[in-house]
Design a protein around this ligand. Structure first.
Ligand code: ADP
Length: 476
């Protein structure tokens, strides 16, 4: 199959979350299965710096509305995946986050920036394209490319089918009615069965409504978003499209996240030499200024500090957890109020609670290796990566039964397969009970070793996901 990925992020160059990881890894996994996958992504400064010799191979013009004529530059990622860099410096030659200006607010022309990305994706899948290569499938990701299925639907001469993958339903790409004209969409698209959403133009809704198929990044999340409680206003539409909606679990980069070779660790280890894990714990306790106590369970969090991640629940029960006794290490950044509350907790319990505010890849690796128990009490979680890292690092996770967490972690009650601890309600009491179960299991070395081994044996590679996507492309 010939597949064009259209994405606003791609690791390792531009990444704000799981979407960047998927766009960085999945094309390579699909290519390994023999599919011809290429990636269309804006030519942000980080990409142009990495590929200074990328040659212009096309100039898509007459795109409609107020859309400009960009250049398309060709480069090849280190894993061999061809990249099509959408070059229009007035839109993309901007520092920092792909979405936010220096003030931390959305760029005012985001509808044009990502509308252009979607429009060029559709152009590449149409008779208008001047390239010799025409994709069979355009695989779109999140609201930023949600208009591509709309252009494919409303404009003539289209040759490709579309797949729309939802990484997070919370971001909906809402713009006012006037954008319709600026983006060159026909008046007929302003309709409840088109791109209109409660008086706004929603890029997300356009993708959900008009793509030939929809996926989310875990099977459970694909079910949850069809309920009014978790559908963020899209549940009715998603129920209507249930026959075209499925969930495919993300993989992880098993080379970057491998405790046997991880260069960030002072002591590498594997399932056969788990005793070395304790050395990492001692190192981390030293590094973070925690008391050197091998006999206390060390609980850890690496996360965005937002409402979604449920770390306010952990804050509520932290005094009881520390009194067990136990230690807590937190690495994260996000909402100012939550950062402040965690800092205060560390201040109150300096030998037992260590809080690092910021984004630190190496420390994230060291925490995964050093901790005894990983904590993810998310209110919702489309897939989640950290629980998969912690399974792989022999650090049984305590997770809420939601989205990808429910699909990857098996509760310890299952003696044959249990790899962690799963709880139901998003309440502090339910979390505390699960943490109590986890810390008392940790006191039983034989049981604990079994949980660790089950988690470490789980196959989290991208290959399984790639096979599922390939089947779906074929069906389209
Ligand atoms: P989300 O995409 O919702 O933030 P995921 O679990 O899917 O959550 O992915 C988060 C990614 O970002 C993981 O790779 C995680 O390790 C990383 N991460 C999050 N916060 C930090 C941080 N403060 N420092 C280092 N890595 C972080």
């Amino acid at each position: 199959m010939k597949v064009l990925f259209a994405t606003s992020e791609i690791a390792p160059w531009v990444k704000t979350g799981g979407l960047g990881d998927v766009a960085g890894a999945l094309p390579g996994a699909l290519r390994a299965l023999g599919h011809d996958v290429r990636v269309l992504v804006p030519a942000y400064p980080a990409l142009l710096e990495s590929f200074p010799d990328a040659e212009e191979i096309a100039r898509p013009h007459w795109l409609g509305g107020l859309l400009p004529t960009p250049g398309l530059r060709e480069a090849v990622a280190p894993d061999g995946t061809p990249l099509l860099l959408l070059d229009y410096p007035p839109y993309f030659k901007r520092p920092g986050s792909p979405y936010l200006g220096p003030e931390g607010r959305d760029w005012l022309d985001n509808h044009l920036r990502f509308g252009l990305l979607a429009r060029v994706a559709a152009w590449l899948g149409s008779e208008a394209s001047t390239l010799a290569w025409t994709p069979d499938i355009i695989h779109c990701h999140d609201w930023q490319t949600g208009l591509a299925p709309a252009y494919l639907h409303y404009l003539p001469g289209q040759l490709a089918k579309s797949l729309f993958t939802v990484h997070n339903l919370a971001f909906q790409g809402l713009f006012d009615h006037a954008s319709l004209f600026e983006l060159g969409l026909p008046d007929a698209s302003w309709h409840i069965n088109g791109v209109e959403f409660y008086g706004y133009l929603s890029f997300l809704k356009a993708g959900l409504q008009l793509a030939d198929a929809i996926t989310t990044v875990s099977p459970t999340y694909s079910k949850e978003i069809q309920t009014d409680a978790e559908g963020m206003g899209m549940a009715g539409l998603l129920r209507h499209r249930a026959a075209d909606l499925s969930g495919i679990l993300n993989g992880i980069d098993t080379q970057v996240w491998n405790p046997a070779t991880d260069p960030s660790l002072l002591h590498n280890y594997s399932a056969r030499h788990l005793e070395h894990k304790a050395l990492n714990k001692a190192d981390l306790q030293r590094q973070l200024g925690l008391e050197q106590r091998p006999d206390l369970p060390l609980l850890a969090v690496v996360s965005r500090l937002t409402e979604q991640k449920g770390l306010d629940l952990l804050l509520d029960v932290a005094p009881q957890v520390l009194a067990m006794p136990a230690q807590i290490a937190v690495l994260g950044s996000g909402a100012a109020r939550m950062e402040q509350a965690w800092r205060a907790m560390a201040h109150q319990y300096p030998t037992q609670c260590a809080v690092t505010i910021g984004f630190d890849e190496a420390l994230a690796h060291r925490i995964e290796a050093a901790a005894d128990i990983f904590v993810m009490p998310s209110r919702f979680e489309p897939c989640g990566l950290n629980q998969m890292y912690s399974l792989r690092y022999g650090t049984p996770p305590v997770v809420r039964a939601t989205g990808g967490l429910a699909d990857t972690v098996i509760d310890a009650a299952d003696e044959k397969h249990g790899s962690g601890f799963v709880f139901g309600p998003a309440t502090a009491e339910a979390l505390l009970q699960a943490l109590q179960r986890a810390t008392s299991a940790w006191q039983d070395p034989k049981l604990w070793r079994r949980l660790q081994k089950h988690g470490m044996a789980r196959d989290s590679s991208w290959e399984a996901a790639a096979r599922h996507y390939a089947e779906l492309y074929q069906s389209l």
